[in-house]
Write a protein that binds this ligand. Structure first.
Ligand SMILES: [Zn+2]
Length: 212
């Protein structure tokens, strides 16, 4: 089934952000990272942004209805990919409900699956430029000069959350949080699993039948 309104799910290191960015560009869809959207709304001082900021300033989780408001404040009618939202079944249900108010529904949910050892290898191979934030990978995206950023010449470092203990913890949190969400979308027959272990091109080919 061709999909215009999609949710991408997958563990850290599965490459869903990369695939979402490419696909959005290629098909003229909006790539929505709610984290980015939230930062923009807060910075712009919109009504919704200010409502969210109250919670952020207190270090609290932003309530689902506010997150949904942030999302729908800037959503396109022509199609989008949600990356990083929903994270819980309650958020998924709130999303369905809000879409129903627009007589719309989610067309598909893609789960990018990668075995744990591959994820660990990928995450631990990541290097980030401490100056400009560019991301490299010792496995498949090496800088021209080892330890030096191609873009700005800055020094490359392993981010704290890409270190072994942190990687294990991030994957455990993902499993715990996302399993009920995967079950929810599976139960409602909207989930498509994609084997995301291979090269970027192979994963794109596997996604082809799902796309608008
Ligand atoms: Zn750099």
């Amino acid at each position: 089934m061709a999909s215009n309104r999609m949710v991408f799910l997958g563990p850290p290191g599965a490459g869903k952000g990369t695939h979402a960015a490419w696909l959005a560009e290629d098909r003229g869809l909006q790539h929505i990272s709610t984290g980015d959207m939230l930062r923009v709304a807060v910075k712009a001082g919109t009504e919704i942004g200010l409502a969210a900021k109250v919670y952020m300033d207190q270090g609290k989780l932003i309530p689902d209805d506010i997150m949904i408001d942030v999302l729908f404040a800037d959503i396109s009618d022509t199609g989008w990919i949600l990356d990083g939202f929903p994270r819980t079944v309650a958020q998924a249900e709130a999303l369905d409900k809000r879409l129903a108010e627009y007589a719309a529904e989610l067309d598909g949910v893609v789960l990018f699956e990668v075995d744990r050892q591959t994820l660990i290898d990928r995450l631990m191979a990541r290097m980030t430029c401490e100056a400009c934030g560019a991301v490299y990978n010792r496995l498949h995206r090496k800088p021209l000069v080892e330890g030096v950023c191609d873009v700005c010449g800055g020094k490359l470092q392993q981010r704290v959350d890409d270190r072994p203990e942190a990687v294990t913890e991030r994957l455990a949190v993902y499993d715990k949080q996302t399993r009920p969400l995967v079950e929810f979308y599976d139960r409602t027959s909207r989930l498509t699993r994609i084997d995301a272990r291979g090269a970027i091109e192979d994963v794109r080919l596997a996604m082809e039948p799902l796309l608008p």
